[in-house]
Design a binder for this molecule. Sequence first.
Ligand code: NDP
Ligand code: MG
Length: 393
Amino acid sequence: MRQTITVLGASGSIGQSTLDVVRRHPNRYQVFALSAARSIERMLEDIREFQPRYAVMADAGAAVQLSELLGDSSATEVLAGCDSLAMVASHHDVDMVMAAIVGAAGLLPTIAAAEAGKRVLLANKESLVMAGPLFMEAVRRGGATLLPIDSEHNAIFQSLPAHYNGELRKNGIRKILLTASGGPFRGKTLSELANVTPEQAVAHPNWSMGRKISVDSATLMNKGLELIEACFLFNCQPSDIQVVVHPQSVIHSMVQYCEGSVIAQLGQPDMRTPIAYGMAWPERIEAGVASLDLFEISRLEFCPPDHETFPCLALAGQAFAAGGSMPTVLNAANEIAVDAFLQEQIAFNQIPTLIRDVMGMHVVTDIESIDHVIEADRWARDCASQWISRSVA
Ligand code: NDP
Ligand code: MG
């Protein structure tokens, strides 16, 4: 029996890499559903190739257009909206869900997959950052298998004991070493970054990714989100995690044990490696990734992060420490700030300033339900949008 997969965010960078792994294993995987927001052309091509039962467009107009282009004879049913995303993520006939929508829009379908007990392949780190305790509870309640796709967390997962139960010390673990490439602006000063453009910010030296995560990598907010992601995934505190800048992106992260061993996972900077790992776990399958040539790499470097030039990493640590609604607010303020930077409404260095100001205005509340998450998310988006209006005026 082939395993069925729903790919949320199929038209994106992670979505396309996932479909490439599926393409290599036609006897092992079958696409159940594909989703996108508005990328009709991409979806049309992928529907023709993978023949999913459902295609879901977040945008209703795009769904109508896609449906017309596919024609009446298509075996794929086109749906629209958030409820349909949750439906294809939790459907009885689905075995695994690739959660690769970008940003907060991924939260509800990813939680739905967790509650339905699916194998959840988590790329959408924002959903874990904004609703960590609820998300992990949904995984437990639903009996889901949560496999991290973010390369660092996938590396940590691979470097932890096989049956890691969330207790760092009892497993003899001293520290998690979370690696960071440093992004395209590593080594720059604040004043050198004053006038950088969106195109410069999205030009990552090692990884080819969507625009939002590329800007997050340039500000180091990506590492901040990953710090929080690691705390929830592996049940630890920011003090258990050391961020190590490693410009070559060959070591994807490490676990340091009490007797002195450090276990690392190395590989090409190609997301098909963690994707294939997550899809096949505990087995291993071909992913189309070239072997690592250590002679070609020849040297690996490490240095501490520059907190002065890149304040976002520390802001994320503060948000996690404040707890409750603060990580939700951090994430939402960041999404608005990145969007405004990409639209050239604010400068690169205003991204952390905006986030810090929004966090400063927020009174932390307890998060007991998804409604609370949505409320805090909305508050932070409004607050961040007003900040931008004031700064532009
Ligand atoms: P992309 O921007 O390339 O793709 C985003 C996907 O989400 C697209 O399919 C897009 O559809 C869809 N989407 C966008 N907005 C919405 C919405 N409102 N509702 C539903 N779907 C939507 O992003 P990436 O693939 O780079 O990243 C996806 C996630 O994976 C992010 O959370 C990122 O942090 C994480 N990640 C990515 C890595 C990478 O290497 N790219 C590495 C580690 C984590 P459309 O094309 O129609 O806009
Ligand atoms: Mg990562």
